[in-house]
Ligand binder design. Structure first.
Ligand code: NAD
Ligand code: ZN
Length: 675
């Protein structure tokens, strides 16, 4: 492509974004994407210096002032700042400054430069002009030379003094940043949403949009803050300090807010330490910053170093590493988690972001992929902030190649081939393989042998993992095929422990139906549901062949639980594992049939309320459960008896309204004694 044409295209695009960002306060791309375009332009212009035009975005600052506002010509231009992104770039900045000062005879050869380190506020720049200590006008940066007159709006801000506290020069232009705290931004957006008004992309744009209102009464309602960090024109012979840091102290004495996070340091080592410190603590600040700023401390030295076209030579912004970057989705894999959850993961063309190279990013789930409109082959924005798992933020469909396909969720587990299920009210898809799925195997075996399930003493998480990894077991049924001889082959397994373990396994072979049901790890079937199911169905095969209606008839079993149970037993793999368990010698004691012949209690639901004369409530529950009854915490139409003691409250009332039989402890004892 013709370079001239390419340059012009790029400049056009950047100008469009400048307009959206500076004039409209509605950026359509992220700063990271914008910075990438800008860097591309800078590189191209570096290679073709003869093609640089004075109106190129690289030569200019900000955007043209909005015509709705009166204009204010700045007495001194409001410039931008150069950027460094790495330690190397930081070192060369320091070296440039040092060389400049040594050349000018302002610094000894072996001396380090003294800098003032400040936060780089992520808001918008403002210039406040005071004459004889009174605020005369306030102007935005605009294009650097002419800004917008926002005096009436700024006057509504509490952190901007209208009259200065201290003696001040005849003319003093104070410069700084207007911003909005994160919390205030979130609240503002919430309010905007509830009023059906437009929301802001980030606190910076919220601050800019709030300040640049044609009606100052609107600005007055917005929680804007001002931080002072510099000055423009100064007239008068008052000595207000000879260094950056003294001047900031002076501004504070006038009544301006100056961030306390600032430090005077020497050399690039000192700069770097400040950067590291702020990078680690930035989350504790109530507002956003996008880096730190280093300024040569001595004003004489600042003057000597001077300016380039759009920024001072004596200062630089050290930006935090980009947390977002652009790359390509090469494929979308499905990862099966330990609980069977299927997570789509984007395999990426490697990209450097947030300080590391990433090759994968999570896409969370099917809905997220749809929402972000990510196709395989798409160019996407990925994000990695702090220690968070990298994620795909969104796709750039304008770069989508024509031959690619939208993502479709798998219908079968990529690990075990079982059907994938997704419940109507959930965003997560899951493998229904349960015990059979290799991805879930360890987790399901760990669950199955746990204390409340089959209760195999001495078979802990680590050992299960070791057994699965060494191919000794593939399912819970295999646990019952282990022998002392097999076990002692494992690392760190002595004969004695092996014998103990085999004994514990033998002991667990004789179990109860509720433990067995619980051990299967059916989704939504916890301990108490397992007990209800055992009581209701008496035998595992009854449960396995139960209809939806049978399942729904069980107390506390709703449609979700019922569907999950039905699905579990519909899988051949699960049936196979259960068959293998019985084959391995598992026996289920018929606890129900032996002791629960009490027809007055079996299958009945009790609610206990108030203080009983002799039994504690837990005690009474225990007797009821042992006799085959059920105890529930709340009264409903399914309740058969309410056992009421003294001080029984709303439950008793409810029982009376529903016409449910109310009994006392003595009557309960009578029922329990009936077999
Ligand atoms: N997303 C978009 O579409 C889009 C468009 C245009 C610009 N931008 C973003 O705007 C930025 C570039 O704009 P820029 O020219 O204002 O440069 P800049 O924001 O990188 O740096 C200059 C500005 O830093 C601010 N600043 C904060 N703390 C300061 C301190 N302690 N001392 C001095 N100045 C301080 C001042 O407002 C100053 O104008 C980039 O981050 C860019 O990504 C984004
Ligand atoms: Zn699976």
């Amino acid at each position: 492509m013709d370079i001239q044409f390419q340059l012009e295209q790029l400049r056009q695009e950047i100008r469009r974004h400048d307009y959206a960002y500076y004039v409209k306060d509605e950026p359509t791309i992220s700063d990271f994407e914008y910075d990438a375009l800008m860097r591309q332009l800078i590189e191209l212009e570096k290679a073709h210096p003869e093609l640089v035009t004075p109106d190129s975005p690289t030569q200019r600052v900000g955007g043209a002032p909005l015509s709705e506002f009166a204009q204010i010509k700045h007495a001194q231009a409001m410039l931008s700042l150069g950027n460094v992104f790495s330690r190397e770039e930081l070192n060369s900045f320091d070296k440039r400054v040092r060389d400049g000062l040594v050349d000018a005879g302002l610094l000894g050869n072996a001396q380090e430069v003294e800098y003032n380190c400040e936060l780089k506020f992520d808001g918008l720049a403002i210039s406040l002009r005071y004459e004889k200590g009174k605020l005369i006008h306030a102007a935005t940066r605009g294009d650097g030379f002419v800004g917008e007159d926002v005096t009436a709006n700024v006057r509504t801000m509490k952190s901007v003094p209208l009259v200065l506290n201290n003696v001040s020069p005849d003319v003093l232009e104070v410069r700084g940043e207007i911003l909005m705290n994160r919390q205030d931004f979130l609240m503002l957006n919430q309010r905007q949403l509830s009023l059906g008004e437009k929301t802001f992309v980030n606190p910076r744009n919220a601050a800019a949009g709030s300040l640049r209102q044609l009606d100052p009464r609107l600005t007055a309602k917005r929680p804007l803050r001002f931080f002072a960090y510099g000055w423009g024109e100064i007239k008068g012979d008052l000595d207000i300090g000879q260094t950056q840091s003294e001047r900031l102290d002076y501004l504070a004495s006038l009544g301006f807010v100056v961030a306390k996070e600032r430090r005077v340091v020497k050399g690039s080592e000192g700069l770097y330490q400040f950067f590291e410190h702020i990078a680690q603590t930035r989350n504790t600040l109530p507002f956003d910053i996008d880096g730190v700023v280093y300024k040569v401390n001595s004003l004489l030295q600042q003057q000597t170093l001077g300016f380039v076209s759009r920024a001072p030579r004596f200062a630089v912004a050290h930006k935090f590493p980009a947390e977002e970057a652009q790359t390509i989705v090469e494929s979308i894999d499905i990862q099966v988690g330990r609980t069977g959850a299927l997570t789509p993961v984007a395999r990426l063309r490697p990209v450097f972001v947030g300080g590391v190279t990433i090759t994968n990013a999570t896409l969370h789930n099917e809905d997220e992929i749809k929402r972000k409109d990510v196709w395989i082959g798409d160019t996407v924005i990925v994000r990695r902030a702090g220690d968070v798992i990298p994620e795909v933020v969104r796709s750039l469909p304008e770069y989508r190649p024509i031959f690619v396909q939208p993502f479709v969720m798998v219908t079968h587990c990529p690990v075990c081939g079982s059907a994938v299920e997704r419940l109507p009210d959930e965003s997560v898809s899951r493998c229904s393989g349960g015990l059979f799925c290799e991805a879930q195997r360890k987790q399901s075996i760990i669950h199955a042998v746990s204390r409340k399930a089959l209760n195999i003493d001495g078979l802990g998480e680590k050992l299960v993992e070791q057994l699965v990894d060494t191919d000794c077991i593939h399912s819970i049924a295999d646990v019952y095929k282990l022998s002392v001889e097999k076990l002692i082959l494992l690392e760190r397994m002595g004969r004695k422990s092996a014998e103990n373990l085999i004994a514990a396994i033998e002991k667990s072979k004789h179990t109860s139906l509720e433990r067995l049901i619980y051990s299967l790890g059916i989704r939504h079937v916890g301990e108490s549901t397992a007990r209800d199911l055992a009581n209701a169905f008496k035998r595992l095969d009854n449960l396995a062949s139960a209809s939806m209606d049978d399942l729904l008839a069980v107390n506390d079993v709703g449609p979700i639980v019922a569907a999950s149970i039905a699905k579990f037993f519909a899988e051949q793999h699960n049936k196979d594992v259960i068959a293998a368990l019985f084959e391995a010698g598992l026996t289920v004691q018929d606890v129900q049939l032996a002791s629960n012949t009490n027809d007055a209690i079996v299958g009945k639901t009790f609610v206990i309320t108030g203080t009983l004369p002799t039994w504690k409530r837990e005690e009474a529950s225990q007797y009821i459960i042992q006799a085959g009854g059920k105890v529930s915490g709340s009264v409903s139409k399914k309740t058969d008896y309410v056992v009421a003691g003294s001080d029984a409250g709303s439950k008793l009332e409810k029982a009376q309204t529903l016409g449910i039989k109310v009994i006392d402890e003595a009557e309960l004892r009578g029922l329990l004694a009936q077999h």
